[in-house]
Every structure is written in structure tokens, then in C-alpha cells.
Ligand binder design. Structure first.
Ligand code: GCB
Length: 595
């Protein structure tokens, strides 16, 4: 009974901590950060005994009597950032908790506050400082942080983090996905030091529909009353000062003459947001995006999206991608293909990648992992999806590259799901009224043997429609595409957000032989012929840039737990279909002579 009470108190403390507002602390110059990357000691805990055995106390015989059945110092280590699956062979298929621990030393400075920041941890995380709970986080691909001012000691401190990647029926995603369930502290962990009052979050973009006015807001955290907020864009001669309201929020709108960001000219400005002792520098591009009929319009001009879908999987070494180099390689291939657009599936990717897309001029579709079937009727599942949506938007709302927030991928048509996604669409519009809302759908009505109509009722709530179809792979032959007609019930831009087929690099045969490069290339030839005939067609993002690990793909000698629909193999070799798409994009660029 005593145990139960202790557990109850413990969890209510966590629940309270989880309710705290989550300040945004971006990776921008002006922030003092201490990196906690590198080796962390870990205890693998397949039977979930760590909570009961109080691993978070990091106890030793000096600090606790009785038997202690763990010892972080004597345990193995894992590198952070990094998934555990590709660091230790015996963790390749592991799904469950791993407890991480590391020491750091700190010296408190007056008038500063300290936060511990996690770029991402998959999937469910509990964080402890010096044995005390700081809070918990659910969702594997968005950043979160906890304030530790007042908790952190001068001298040595230890952090213990339990990361559990067990799949959950009520989770987002749910139990079933076509990607690897990489667990661990998969992105950077940092300590972030800020002044007592600091700029917690901001939004600085062109006002919706305007090419000459900036609109946005800045949110202070601390005692903002005596402060003003200054926005500077030195290269554009902008220096404006605003007074925040009683809640520390300053809203602004002002005219500015700015060079526009676009794929051909991804111009970024140094923007300084300062308040009192705090000043952050961000690199921000300015552009507008809207829909006119069935066209996507960037900076007032229609744009055709030459895209590619991609997972956040590291080329060559495998596992979760996280670094600058990973992003350079992946987005470099997209540029080599002739893309001006990437669909970053099926979850928010790391910040390095989005910031690089900003610099390279690649438009971005960013998505939350509402994938296939999830617990549509469960309010906790909805709250979780909503939190992941708002964390995704909070991190990337200042990136010009991002034009779409995607709510879901291939979800089944049913009333519970519709209400769920309609509410998410409303949330997304409220959180960011400037971007377009989309989803990848695959529910179509057969209007004849070779005619399909996209009529998913979700289409009503979206600005742009994504259609995934696998003609020539999961049904029909590649040649069937020659007579196939796809249409949409809605007069909105339509993107072919997925199509493709598997090929093992180096496997050759005739164009009718599955798994060969020739089959895949032939499938692309026929698909690319077909899509030119789709009314309202605004772009495409075929499936997929690079082969990626998936537990659903065991076929020995061919798949070996990889989805082989990549145009590039997991070790970087280009398959024949890569060049088919590259040529198509070259032709489109020449024909349109724009973007
Ligand atoms: C899909 C999914 C994607 C899969 C792909 C496939 O429709 O959206 O996540 O990996 O098909 O290869 O089957």
C-alpha cells in the first residue's frame, strides 16, 4: 500500500510537470548551450523493472542500503544522439525501455535560467535530474525541454532518462508502421542557458498574401513588463520596437522591402529578436504560399512541385539520420534529381534537415505520424497527435522552406477518423494561418475499370490533396497506367504524394521481372506518362528517395528488412529509375522555364 501511495504521488508530480508550458529554445546563435552529446551509460530494461527499482536515483552502496541490482557506471554506453538499434546488434529488434545516465558539471550564474533540451527521443520519455522527476514526453520526433533552474546544483549533477520505444495501441503512430522503430535519444541533448527574461518563441514571416509586409509575434518568458521587443533585419534596414502585453506577447506588422525566398533564390536574412538581456539571431526567408483553384502559388506565381518522398534514415551507416552530413547527402540527392520539393515522411524530421532545405531552396512537406490506423476515438490519442502537431509547428514555423503541414498518411475512411482529422486541421490553421494543410490519402472510388476518383471526405478540410497510389506494384501492371485516369472530387491542387515499386540495386532482368531495376524504371516511365493527364495536377513526390529499414520486409536476398522502393540504395548507389525521374524533372523545368 505504501508503495502504491508513493507511486501515485510520483505520477501526479509527473503529470503536473507535463502540463507546464514548453518554451521553445531553438538552435540559433545567441543561445548559450552546453552539449550533452557523446557516451551515456545505459541499462537495458526489457521487463520494465527500472521504475520500481528506482534506477533514476543512480544509487550506490554509499547512498542506499540493501541490494542494488543496477550500476550505471559499470554498464555499457550508447552514443547520443543515436538510435540504439544500429549501435548494438542485440538491440536491433529491441522494443522497450532503456535507461540513460550521464554526469555534467555546472556553475550557476546570477540572473540566468537553465533548461534541458531534447531534440527528440523515441517514443516515451521520463527525465530525472539528481534523482528527482522533471517530467515526461510522448512522441518520438519532436523536441521538448524542462526548466531546471533552482534544481541544478553547483558542481556535479546527473541526468537519468528512461526512453521506451514499445509500440502502443493508443500511440501516434499506433502499432503498425512500415518503418523501423528506432529507439533512443535520437537527436541532440543540450543544456540551454537564458537570461531571466528571454524570447521564448516568435513567428516572423510575410503577412498572409502580402509581398511587402511582415507580420508576426514574439513571446517573452520571465517578467516581461519592463521590457520591449526589438526586431531587426539589418540587411533590409529594419529596426522596430514593440511593447509586449501583460502576458509578454508582442504582436507586430510592418512594411519591409525584402528579397523573396524561392527555390531558385533561397535568400535568407539575419533576423535579430531581442528583449532586455536576450538576443537571438535567426536566418529567415520571406515568401508567400497560397492556393488559387488547382494551383499552388509561391510569391504570386504558380509553381509545379518536382518532389521526392524521404525517410529520416542515414545513408551508408544506416539508422536514424541526425547530422549535418546526413542531411547534406540526402538533400543533395534530391537536388541531383532536380527536385524543388521534398516530402519529409512520416514524422517531423530533424532541424538540421529543415534548415538545410531552407538554404538549398527545397520546399518542404512536414508531417506528423498519424499513420494508417490509430485509436481515433481515444481522447488521449487525439491530445497526443495535437501535441505533436503543435510541437512540429513551433519548431519550424519560421522556416520559409516549409509550405505544407501534413496531418496524416493513408488513414481509413471512417467517421471517428474524420472528426479527429478535422479537428487537427482546425488546430493547424489556428497555430499557423500562413501555411497550407494537406494529408496523403489513398481512398478512391472506382468509377470504371480504369478510372478512380479521389473522394475521401477529408478532402473538404484540406488546402492541398495528397494521393498515394501503387498501380503497377500492389495492383495491376506498370503498363496499365497508360490507360488509367485519376480524378478528384475537389477543385483543389492534387499532388501524387506516393507511387513506386521495389528494386534491389544491381538486380537485373527484363522489365516484367519484379525486384529488378528494369521493372522499377519501367514503372516510373508509365507512371510519369500517366500523371501528365491528371486534372489539377500540382506536383509529385514518388516513393522513395533511399531504401529504408522496415520490419515488414523480410524477403531474404532481396529485401532483408529493407523497403527497396528507393531510387538510391541504402549504400548510395543510384538505380535506373533515378535517371528516369531526373530526366522527367529536367523536361518539366525546361517546359515551364520557371522554378
Ligand atoms: C505506403 C506508405 C508508406 C509505405 C509504402 C510502401 O503507402 O505510405 O509508408 O512504405 O506505401 O512501400 O508500401
Amino acid at each position: 500500500m505504501k508503495h502504491l501511495t508513493a507511486f501515485f504521488l510520483f505520477f501526479s508530480a509527473l503529470a503536473f510537470a507535463a502540463d507546464r508550458p514548453s518554451p521553445l529554445l531553438t538552435n540559433v546563435p545567441g543561445r548559450t548551450t552546453i552539449s550533452l552529446t557523446g557516451a551515456w551509460h545505459v541499462v537495458i530494461d526489457p521487463y520494465e523493472s527500472g521504475l520500481h527499482a528506482r534506477y533514476y536515483e543512480n544509487a550506490t552502496p554509499e547512498t542506499r542500503s540493501g541490494p542494488i541490482e543496477y550500476n550505471f557506471e559499470a554498464s555499457e554506453t550508447l552514443n547520443v544522439p543515436g538510435d540504439w538499434n544500429t549501435q548494438k546488434e542485440r538491440l536491433f529488434f529491441y522494443e522497450g525501455p532503456v535507461w540513460y545516465k550521464r554526469w555534467f558539471s555546472y556553475k550557476q550564474r546570477e540572473h540566468t535560467r537553465l533548461f534541458v533540451y531534447f531534440g527528440a527521443a523515441n517514443y516515451f520519455t521520463r527525465v530525472y535530474l539528481n534523482g528527482k522527476p522533471l517530467g515526461e514526453h510522448e512522441g518520438g520526433f519532436t523536441s521538448f525541454n524542462f526548466e531546471v533552474t533552482g534544481e541544478v546544483k553547483d558542481g556535479d549533477n546527473f541526468l537519468v532518462v528512461e526512453v521506451n520505444n514499445a509500440r502502443r495501441a493508443d500511440g501516434v503512430p499506433g502499432l503498425n508502421t512500415d518503418w523501423w522503430n528506432y529507439g533512443g535519444l535520437t537527436r541532440d541533448v543540450l543544456l540551454v542557458e537564458v537570461p531571466e527574461t528571454f524570447v521564448r518563441d516568435y513567428s516572423i514571416q510575410l503577412a498572409k498574401g502580402s509581398l511587402g509586409e511582415v507580420a508576426g509575434w514574439a513571446q517573452l518568458d520571465g517578467s516581461p513588463h519592463a521590457q520591449t521587443v526589438t526586431i531587426e533585419i539589418p540587411e533590409a534596414g529594419v529596426r522596430k520596437t514593440f511593447s509586449p502585453d501583460a502576458n509578454g506577447r508582442a504582436e507586430f506588422r510592418f512594411p519591409a522591402k525584402l528579397g523573396l525566398w524561392s527555390p531558385e533564390n533561397p535568400r535568407l536574412y539575419d533576423v535579430v529578436i531581442s528583449a532586455g538581456a536576450d538576443a537571438v539571431h535567426d536566418s529567415i526567408g520571406f515568401r508567400t504560399v497560397e492556393v488559387k483553384g488547382t494551383q499552388i502559388v509561391l510569391n504570386g506565381k504558380p509553381i509545379f512541385l518536382r518532389g521526392m518522398s524521404m525517410h529520416e534514415e542515414a545513408p551508408i551507416r544506416g539508422g536514424r539520420a541526425f547530422s549535418q552530413e546526413d542531411a547534406q547527402t540526402l538533400l543533395g540527392w534530391a537536388k541531383e534529381l532536380g527536385c524543388n520539393f521534398v516530402r519529409l515522411t512520416h514524422y517531423p524530421h530533424n532541424e538540421n534537415e529543415i534548415r538545410l532545405a531552407d538554404r538549398l531552396g527545397l520546399l518542404v512537406w512536414s508531417e506528423i505520424p498519424v499513420y494508417w490506423d490509430i485509436a481515433w476515438k481515444n481522447p488521449a490519442t487525439f491530445a497526443n497527435a495535437e501535441a505533436q502537431l503543435s510541437e512540429m509547428i513551433a519548431r519550424d514555423r519560421n522556416r520559409a522552406a516549409v509550405i505544407f503541414w501534413s496531418l496524416s498518411n493513408e488513414t481509413p475512411v471512417d467517421p471517428g477518423r474524420l472528426t479527429f482529422l478535422q479537428k487537427l486541421a482546425e488546430d493547424a490553421r489556428q497555430l499557423d494561418p500562413t501555411r497550407l494543410i494537406t494529408s496523403a490519402m489513398n481512398h478512391v472510388t472506382e468509377a470504371g475499370p480504369d478510372r478512380r476518383i479521389l473522394d475521401d471526405p477529408l478532402g473538404e478540410s484540406l488546402d492541398v490533396l495528397g494521393l498515394n497510389e501503387y498501380l503497377g506494384w500492389y495492383f495491376g501492371r506498370p503498363e496499365d497506367a497508360d490507360r488509367f485516369q485519376w480524378e478528384s472530387k475537389y477543385s483543389k491542387p492534387l499532388i501524387l504524394s506516393e507511387f513506386g515499386g521495389d528494386a534491389l540495386f544491381g538486380k537485373h532482368g527484363d522489365a516484367g521481372a519484379r525486384w529488378t531495376e528494369e521493372y522499377q524504371a519501367n514503372l516510373y516511365v508509365h507512371q510519369l506518362g500517366m500523371i501528365r493527364k491528371i486534372p489539377g495536377f500540382a506536383g509529385l513526390s514518388p516513393w522513395v528517395l533511399m531504401d529504408f529499414h522496415s520490419p515488414r520486409r523480410p524477403l531474404p536476398g532481396i529485401q532483408d528488412y529493407y523497403n527497396r522502393k528507393g531510387l538510391v540504395s541504402n549504400t548510395g548507389q543510384h538505380k535506373q529509375a533515378f535517371y528516369v525521374l531526373q530526366k522527367f524533372y529536367q523536361e518539366i523545368r525546361e517546359a515551364r522555364a520557371t522554378h
